[in-house]
Design a protein around this ligand. Structure first.
Ligand SMILES: [Zn+2]
Length: 153
């Protein structure tokens, strides 16, 4: 799966614009994400920190949870943006890579900006999470059903 350069730039711009809503009073490191759904809808997310740091939710997972909560299950790409890029380009953390792999096809691009130049870059989720423990793993016949929801669940 690929996205055009124009789509990648639009997603990065949406991710950048989302950072204004980040809740990052502890790290002062606002992050935005923009998720391109299969139907073309763009859903943004931001990092939401908590005084109990372990409860902090990253921008990528925030966007995914919002999208899934309104019925999206298939995605084309995600962009992540942080205005502060102190060391290298900002890419999803390990937890977010695993979370994305649940719903992304292996060739789904993760888009980000180069730390120094701001140039658009991308990597597939397969490259960011090689040998992934994904939904295709045989769990003894218990495969995920992404297409339905359990009433009250
Ligand atoms: Zn993360």
């Amino acid at each position: 799966m690929t996205v055009s350069t124009e789509q990648a730039v639009a997603l990065l711009t949406a991710a950048q614009q989302a950072t204004r809503y980040a809740y990052a009073p502890y790290s002062h490191f606002p992050v935005g994400a923009a998720l391109l759904c299969a139907d073309g809808t763009i859903i943004s997310g931001v990092n939401v920190e908590n005084v109990s740091f372990g409860l902090t939710l990253c921008a990528e997972r925030s966007a995914m949870v919002q999208a899934i909560s309104i019925g999206h299950r298939a995605f084309q790409a995600i962009a992540v943006w942080a205005s502060q890029r102190p060391q290298g380009s900002i890419t999803p953390c390990g937890a977010c890579r695993q979370f994305l792999a649940e719903f992304f096809t292996p060739d789904c691009p993760v888009i980000f900006a180069h730390a120094e130049t701001g140039a658009v870059q991308s990597q597939t989720i397969a490259a960011l999470l090689p040998e992934a423990f994904g939904p295709g793993v045989d769990l003894g016949g218990n495969s995920p059903d992404k297409g339905s929801s359990t009433p009250g669940g």
